[in-house]
Design a protein around this ligand. Structure first.
Ligand code: FEO
Length: 171
């Protein structure tokens, strides 16, 4: 069983992951509405991934005999000036999530809870990828600037992204 303190912190992280999902779904809806279906697709897959992150922690707590309590989600922004500003928000948000994950690892370590630390290691690696991906897209979009054909091309590319499950629901 996970300590009460860690249980509370992991429940907070479940909420943070669902909030991330909600944020990316909001971005997806915005870009679907503004004629960028590829960007919308990319964020919809991001939304699906975040839900799996939440489920991964949820399933872990259940497997340890701990309580899962789902708190309300805070509201999210609903419009962005451009894909560039959305990816800048994405990077900013993912950097904040990295800090949350690092704090959880530190807490698990301080309690000698090696199983939880091990479970969280997956998230440590995931955050490196999340930040790198957002940074890469920001770089590309800055390069494109106001070029309509460039934006058209990147939208097509982002439309190719497919969802790859980590099978969080069966772990
Ligand atoms: Fe759940 Fe985007 O990290």
């Amino acid at each position: 069983m996970v300590s009460k303190k860690l249980e509370k912190a992991l429940n907070k992280q479940i909420n943070a992951e669902f909030w991330s999902a909600y944020l990316y779904l909001s971005m997806s809806a915005h870009f679907a509405n503004t004629g960028l279906p590829g960007v919308a697709n990319w964020f919809k897959i991001q939304f699906q991934e975040e839900q799996e992150h939440a489920l991964k922690i949820m399933n872990y707590l259940i497997s340890k005999g701990n309580r899962v309590e789902l708190d309300p989600l805070a509201e999210v922004t609903t419009s962005w000036k451009s894909p560039l500003t959305a990816y800048e928000d994405t990077l900013k948000h993912e950097r904040e999530v990295t800090i949350l994950i690092n704090n959880l690892v530190a807490l698990a370590r301080s309690e000698n809870d090696f199983a939880t630390e091990n479970m969280l290691q997956w998230f440590v690696n995931e955050q490196v990828e999340e930040e790198e991906t957002a940074q890469g897209l920001i770089d590309n979009l800055k390069l494109i600037g106001d070029n309509g054909f460039g934006l058209y091309t990147i939208d097509k590319e982002l439309g190719q992204r497919v969802f790859v499950s980590i099978n969080a629901s069966v772990e």
